[in-house]
Design a binder for this molecule. Structure first.
Ligand SMILES: [Zn+2]
Length: 350
């Protein structure tokens, strides 16, 4: 790997913002800004229990995963038509381009929408069209990962997979999200086995609030290729070894962890520990509209709070490309661009 010389602390935030990166943990419903929720509510004639954008923004003062999920599902209620899903994804992708995201693997929760009577093809076609248009119009690569809601049954996950079957060419993989504690990965063993047979990539949220045991079963029972969050792995030395040896990427979301009280003080975040242990950690935004920042905010704030270095920055961006489900050719191309941005940064040295 490229040997990264030190960068003065004053220049680090600019470098973090400018470096190309992949975003591997973004829930598209969690990118819905209050302004867009209001615009879509008006367009679709959906009444909202908030009088103004400001009032809705103030309601974002949740304190844990469950109270966040309650408002998250309320926000999603304005999404009814294919164009709504398109507009939501387009808004995120434009924001991601501004943060120098070269590639995004976007999570979506079909059950949140099908439960309200929105057909799954409305959801997938709208999101997929936004990804296709963004490639040509914005120059960003973007793919979709269908997530099963883990607080629902495995039977419901199977129904969702069945509905998605004719559209599987529009997604690259499946994931597992929503309330973690009490819903261990093994609850979804059979549906993940089926998805594996279908040739889909597999990821799962594990070890956000849940114990290391959930990470073990995500790996050994579900056979996932990446762990979403995974920060609780530090409590299990054997698991840390396994994650490092097998180069299992963790999609870490610092501002989400802070907001949901996993690390109430960002200075205590263990991202540096994960990197020091040789784990393929990455930085991502999770639900940026709700957690106070898109990917660059996550980078700059966690670096400022924990004193991570330029070498860590390079490693995190490189990990994000390596851990993506993009082609090898695309990965090499982005990693080359990453190296160029770092080299240019040193050319300005006196
Ligand atoms: Zn998440």
């Amino acid at each position: 790997m490229f040997k990264v010389p030190p960068v003065p602390a004053s220049r680090l935030p600019a470098l973090l913002r400018a470096m190309p990166k992949a975003e591997l943990h973004i829930h598209i419903e969690g990118s819905l800004e209050p302004e867009l929720i209001f615009a879509l509510a008006q367009r679709n004639g959906v009444p909202l229990p908030y009088a103004s954008v400001e009032e809705l923004r103030r309601a974002y003062a949740f304190t844990n995963l469950q109270s966040f999920l309650d408002i998250y599902y309320a926000g999603a209620s304005v999404l009814l038509h294919e164009q709504d899903f398109y507009d939501m994804a387009r808004a995120y992708l434009a924001r991601a381009v501004a943060d120098h995201v070269a590639h995004a693997e976007i999570f979506f929760d079909p059950q949140t929408h099908t439960a309200r009577g929105v057909p799954i093809e409305t959801v997938i076609n709208g999101l997929h069209r936004a990804c296709e248009d963004a490639r040509t119009e914005l120059g960003i690569s973007a793919t979709l990962i269908l997530c099963f809601l883990r607080h629902l049954s495995e039977e419901s996950a199977f129904e969702t997979l069945e509905q998605a079957q004719p559209l599987l060419d529009k997604i690259v993989g499946v994931g597992l999200d929503s309330s973690e504690v009490g819903h261990p990965p093994e609850k979804f063993a059979r549906v993940f086995a089926r998805c594996r047979e279908l040739g889909l990539h597999l990821v799962a949220h594990a070890g956000e609030e849940g114990p290391p045991a959930y990470i073990w079963s995500a790996l050994d029972v579900l056979k996932v290729e990446r762990i979403d969050h995974g920060v609780q792995a530090v409590h299990d030395a054997l698991l840390m070894q396994r994650l490092a040896q097998d180069r299992i990427a963790l999609t870490v979301c610092p501002l989400s962890n802070q907001k949901l009280q996993v690390f109430p003080n960002l200075a205590d975040h263990n991202l540096g520990k994960l990197l020091d242990a040789g784990l393929a950690a990455t930085v991502n935004s999770d639900d940026p509209a709700y957690f106070g920042g898109y990917i660059n905010e996550n980078f700059t704030q966690v670096f400022a709070a924990t004193g991570l270095t330029a070498r860590n920055a390079y490693q995190l961006a490189w990990n994000s490309f390596e851990a993506s489900f993009a082609s090898s050719a695309d990965k090499r191309n982005w990693e080359h661009q990453l190296k160029e941005v770092f080299e240019r940064c040193y050319e300005h040295d006196d």
